[in-house]
Design a binder for this molecule. Structure first.
Ligand SMILES: [Zn+2]
Length: 103
């Protein structure tokens, strides 16, 4: 990878672990292990999100695997789709996954 996956600008690459684009703050962390996430919803259609406490995206919302508080997550909350905190999501990929799920 030499270029940003979001805007195609030249990325700052730190082999073998990560790439960063300063234009929009995009960052990719490479891993050999596949990453999977689920979007938990309750019977009312609300979506469960988790507010990160540590690491990249601290203070912002992500999709949890299991919706419960941990040392890395200070808050867990269910949102109606119309009330999702779009401007407070930790990662663009979380926004995209939620948009796809709600489409
Ligand atoms: Zn970029």
């Amino acid at each position: 990878m030499r270029f940003c996956l979001r805007c195609a600008a030249e990325a700052q690459v730190t082999f073998p672990r990560s790439a960063r684009c300063e234009r929009y703050g995009y960052r990719a962390i490479f891993s050999r292990e596949p990453v999977v996430a689920a979007i938990p919803r309750d019977e009312d259609g609300r979506i469960w999100l988790l507010r990160r406490t540590l690491h990249e995206g601290a203070g912002r919302w992500i999709v949890p695997d299991t919706p419960h508080e941990t040392a890395e997550a200070s808050e867990v909350r269910a949102f109606a789709p119309a009330d999702l905190p779009w401007d407070e999501m930790a990662f663009w990929s979380t926004k995209q996954a939620l948009r796809d799920a709600l489409a």
